[in-house]
Design a protein around this ligand. Structure first.
Ligand code: DGL
Length: 256
């Protein structure tokens, strides 16, 4: 089957990596909306329009499913996408539910973009779980910009993390939820900052599991897709440059 994976930039590669492992016989289109990244600091209506335009481009490429590998895009456009296309659309959900299910009374911190934190979807999720008082939120928008500049461990990045996390009383917390796919590249640095006792959760595997589940009954009637290339990369409607493809492939096989 042919599966599209979409993000504002390289964050969705963290989802693609897990999808490639879970679905060894399928082919993928990866779309980074680099012209319009970062999404998280823009108005909701503007981001929703960018997401729909990208999805229209992907819909023209005979895809069997669309994975919105971006929490921000999911928060602002998932319903519109599902209403617009006949194929399944799978989104991201910050892993607040698993964090709270194993909660022992301490607090949970959600890191996400400003727009994800503003969108009502996250508030609905948290209030449905009935533990709003136990959940804190913090916007780490600049991590998206650092990742897009391939700054994964630089003095400027470390200074930013020190500055935005220094005032949190981590002894009151038991877990951190990475509610933006770009943030997974910083998992180790974040863990070092908050200490080894806190769990760091993300929603990637949940999304990939959902993709596998949804595709299963559709396999019989799907047209056979050519096995190669395994992943085709696009940036805002154009083929990715060879230099960026090389870097993206390196990220897919790196450990972070
Ligand atoms: N990877 C996107 C997310 O999961 C980043 C959003 C942005 O471009 O700011 O939210």
């Amino acid at each position: 089957m042919r599966i599209a994976v979409f993000d504002s930039g390289i964050g969705g590669l963290t989802v693609l990596r897990q999808a490639l492992t879970a679905l060894p016989d399928d082919v993928f289109i990866y779309y980074a909306d680099t012209r319009n990244a970062p999404y998280g600091v823009k108005p909701k209506a503007e981001v929703a329009a960018h997401v729909l335009a990208a999805a229209d481009f992907l819909a023209d490429r005979q895809i069997d499913a669309l994975v919105v590998a971006c929490n921000t895009a999911t928060a602002v456009a998932i319903q519109a996408l599902r209403a617009r296309f006949p194929f399944p659309v799978i989104g991201m959900e910050p892993a607040v539910k698993p964090a709270l299910e194993q909660n022992t009374g301490k607090k949970v911190m959600v890191f996400a973009t400003s727009l994800t934190l503003r969108a009502s979807k996250l508030d609905t999720l948290i209030s449905n779980l009935g533990q709003g008082h136990n959940v804190s939120r913090r916007a780490l928008d600049r991590l998206v910009t650092f990742a897009e500049a391939y700054e994964f461990d630089t003095p400027g990045l470390r200074a930013y993390l020190d500055q935005v996390l220094a005032d949190v009383p981590w002894q009151d917390y038991e877990s951190v939820v990475l509610g933006c796919t770009h943030f997974l590249f910083y998992r180790r640095l974040i863990q070092a900052q908050i200490g080894p006792d806190l769990r760091v959760l993300d929603g990637n595997q949940g999304t990939v599991n959902q993709l596998v589940r949804i595709l299963r009954p559709l396999r019989q009637r799907a047209a056979a897709s050519p096995k190669s290339p395994r992943v085709t990369f696009y940036a805002s409607g154009n083929p990715e440059t060879p230099a960026r493809v090389t870097r993206m492939l390196a990220l897919l096989s790196s450990s972070y």
